[in-house]
Design a binder for this molecule. Structure first.
Ligand code: AMP
Length: 453
């Protein structure tokens, strides 16, 4: 299928051409005809699937007719970065249409926004808080809105925006087309969908699963070993553009400066930065001036930088959804990407949850070989099972090893002359509870690290 199939106006086709889009992505194939028909949509689509163009293109087509410089489309997004990204895509796609869009978010001056809004725009892409501020100030009204798009609904919920969304709904006319997009469907979003959408078409693309173009690998490492592992990986691979995630702002900042000192063109994107500095970091990363961007989840939410070759989860994300969103930053729109995740012993539970959600085992990389193309494909399934771990432990005891030393008792293998299986390194000191905790990260006979299952 090509974009000709949708019979877009020549002014919109020109925008598609300018963006070099040749073939519609699956969500575009499914959503565009329904939106052109005026149907409400509940879209379950992860990031990187082309969902922005999936709603922007048909909305632009519907807006070609009708009054200009009156807000007829409202798009609500959870973060400034996402709002800017959507606004940017509209600007590119709508260049020939004469339709004007404006991004409205906090952290920058209100009066300048108010001036542009009063001058007249057709599409507003807004974050909930600043939008409500303007509505309360009566900067403009939304009585002419024909299309409402709620993007990244699950993030709006995560960030506590649902009450604001419900307040915004009160400013809108009852008759309108509604589109709600979310990568996952928590109960609260389903309730919102029931309240907002009228007999929606449900479109689901790769629910809760990262794009198939991303290869995912796990590294078992303790907190203390993460920086040196990271440097080792980065030194051994050709990494064109790397996005690294940390859990806290401070760590994003300090890791970026450690990488700078190590000679990498690195910067950080985290909540402590002013909007101007955030934009500078993001633009620098986008333009390739920075090869490495170290970011927190909130700061990186919604950022659209094409050609990110690697995503590294320096800290394990808190939820499976966060994992999906992080690694969706690479492998966008049919490009391939790699996602490396550092897993310490505390992360065992979330690793299992991720694997359950993905329906597949993640690949564990042998850390002795961190260079490109040599992951040993040791998956959870292939790592020693609990049973064989016990067997290995038994062998180890049988071999008479205690605290890494040979005990006086001769190994059974030596007695029988049989070839023993390489023993798992296991320190048998302290009580059972202590041993259990300490043995969370193990090394098997061939040097592979794994989490004690
Ligand atoms: P999104 O899921 O909207 O964040 O889009 C992810 C990336 O895919 C963006 O960089 C878009 O510019 C790009 N994209 C969207 N639609 C297409 C398409 N049909 N062909 C190629 N790239 C696309």
């Amino acid at each position: 299928m090509t974009f000709n199939h949708f019979d877009f106006h020549a002014k919109i086709t020109a925008g598609i051409r300018a963006c070099n889009y040749e073939i519609p992505t699956p969500i575009q194939e499914k959503a565009i005809p329904e939106i052109l028909e005026g149907r409400d949509i509940l879209g379950l689509a992860q990031t990187g699937t082309g969902k922005t163009a999936a709603f922007v293109l048909p909305i632009l087509q519907r807006m070609l007719k009708g009054q200009r410089r009156k807000i007829r489309t409202l798009i609500v997004a959870p973060t400034r970065e996402l709002a800017e990204q959507i606004h940017g895509e509209i600007t590119r796609l709508a260049r020939q249409t004469g339709l004007r869009s404006l991004a409205v978010y906090g952290g920058v001056g209100k009066p300048a926004q108010a001036k542009k809004l009063r001058a007249g725009v057709d599409i507003v892409v807004a974050c909930p808080g600043r939008l409500l501020d303007h509505l309360r100030d009566r900067t403009f009204n939304l009585s002419g809105v024909e299309h409402l798009i709620l993007d990244e609904g699950d993030h709006m919920f995560d960030m506590g925006f649902l009450p604001d969304i419900r307040r915004i709904l009160k400013f809108l006319p009852a008759k309108r087309q509604n589109l709600l997009f979310s990568a996952t469907m928590p109960g609260e979003i389903l309730h919102l969908a029931e309240d907002v959408l009228d007999n929606p078409v449900r479109i689901q693309i790769g629910h809760s699963r990262p794009t198939t173009t991303v290869s995912q690998m796990l590294y078992a490492v303790d907190q203390n070993g993460k920086v040196s592992l990271l440097k080792e990986i980065m030194a051994g691979k050709d990494m064109a553009s790397t996005l690294i995630f940390t859990r806290i702002k401070h760590r994003a900042q300090s890791l970026a400066s450690q990488l700078q000192k190590a000679g990498y063109a690195a910067t950080s994107l985290q909540g402590n930065l002013s909007q101007q500095k955030r934009q500078k970091a993001l633009n620098g990363f986008r333009r390739g001036e920075f090869k490495v961007l170290v970011a927190t989840d909130i700061a990186a939410r919604g950022i659209d930088v094409s050609n990110i070759s690697h995503v590294i989860n320096f800290d394990m994300p808190a939820t499976v959804d966060a994992y999906t969103h992080r690694i969706g930053r690479t492998g966008r729109a049919a490009c391939t990407g790699k996602a490396f995740t550092f897993a310490s012993r505390e992360d065992r539970k979330i690793v299992s949850q991720i694997e359950r959600t993905l329906g597949e085992k993640l690949v564990w990389v042998n850390q002795k070989n961190t260079s490109e193309g040599v992951p040993d494909n040791t998956s959870f399934a292939e790592r020693p099972s609990k049973k064989s771990w016990h067997k290995a432990k038994y062998n180890c005891r049988q071999a008479g090893q205690r605290n890494g030393h040979q005990a006086g008792r001769p190994a059974k293998a030596a007695k029988t002359g049989k070839q023993e299986q390489a023993p798992v390194k296991y320190c048998k000191t302290g009580n059972r509870q202590m041993r259990k905790r300490r043995a969370a990260i193990m090394i098997d006979g061939s040097g592979n690290f794994f989490l004690n299952p």
